[in-house]
Design a protein around this ligand. Sequence first.
Ligand code: GRF
Length: 209
Amino acid sequence: MLNIAVFVSGKGSNFRAIQKAILNGFIRNAKIVLVISNNSDAGALDIACEHGIPAVHLSRKQYTTDNEFNNSVLQTLRQHGANFIVLAGYMKKIDSSIIRHYRNRILNIHPALLPAFGGSGMYGMHVHEAVITQKASVSGATVHLVDEEYDRGAIVLQRQIPVAPDDTPESLAANVLQIEHELYPEAIRLFAEGQVKIDGQHVTVLNTP
Ligand code: GRF
């Protein structure tokens, strides 16, 4: 059983899509047990409330040291029995102390085809602006494992969409987000069903959707 903690910073549309996929039975053997937001205004907190999911505002700013903050995150995860972490629009880097405890059990979604258009500074609209500026003919979404290197963890699933000549960063973002709402639940379903085998940097999906 996946007991998922979802980390969010913003509106939480991916979180909503994942919760929907759990409720409608697309993802079985999984439950969202906790939402952690670094931002007290995140729309995702309202979604958690709507669904009666425990939600906690935890920000580095509430603590004196990195250590205190990271220990508090780990303690909160443990208190809620989380054994899997899903980053859904979480704008902060996950500390290595947390990665160590949840190695190969932390997923992120990135709104481009990694390793292209990833890494430092490549977040939010910057990603789509770069895709348009570089006249890429395709973009898409990537679900990957989170390790100590930003956007470099092993790729679990990717889906591509064409970039139309008249696409703007905004239209591309909207199209990619739609794909994300399908891809993230699919990736989580694969983990919940034990279909993902991980050997170092190598991920094998046994039953590709
Ligand atoms: C998504 O585009 C995701 O790829 C990126 O942040 C955005 C989050 O959107 N990491 P939402 O909060 O899930 O609506």
